[in-house]
Design a protein around this ligand. Structure first.
Ligand SMILES: [Zn+2]
Length: 150
């Protein structure tokens, strides 16, 4: 079966698949918004978690802050995107409660993806530890007050 034209200029997948929700070989129609993003996780079946960074303007400080968008996208078998791939996603009809995008093209590999994820994990871990320590300090402070009340 020949890969269908999905309405935008993308490389057609080399492989074939029999997924009904594939925009090239199935009946899924794509329309709406298009994003280029990185695959963060492919641990779900036929679904990838993808994310990208955007800039949000803060009027008070007249500066931008980084914000992240994370969505779930259908991962057809013919494209088979992996963690760290840079992909193009396109909006489609809702495929499940939280999934209304589909991967339409794999553009390449993000350089230093593993390092970035590891650094983020470490930062989260450190943040958690700092919060825990704060909690401990507060607990220590609270104890003498309790005694005074008695
Ligand atoms: Zn396909």
């Amino acid at each position: 079966m020949e890969a269908k034209n999905i309405g935008i200029q993308v490389k057609k997948p080399k492989k074939q698949c029999d997924d009904n929700n594939c925009p090239f070989h199935g009946k899924l129609r794509c329309r709406g918004r298009i994003f280029t993003c990185t695959v963060l996780s492919t641990s779900m079946q036929k679904t990838a978690t993808v994310g990208w960074e955007r800039r949000h303007f803060l009027r008070k400080y007249e500066r931008y802050e980084k914000r992240k968008s994370v969505v779930k996208a259908h991962n057809p078998a013919c494209l088979d995107a992996h963690d760290g791939n840079i992909v193009k996603i396109m909006e489609c009809r809702p495929l499940s409660k939280t999934k209304n995008f589909v991967i339409v093209e794999v553009l390449g590999e993000e350089k230093g993806f593993k390092e970035r994820i590891e650094a983020e994990e470490e930062a989260k871990f450190k943040e958690g530890k700092a919060k825990e320590e704060e909690g401990k300090i507060e607990e220590v402070k609270e104890k003498p007050e309790d005694k005074n009340e008695d």
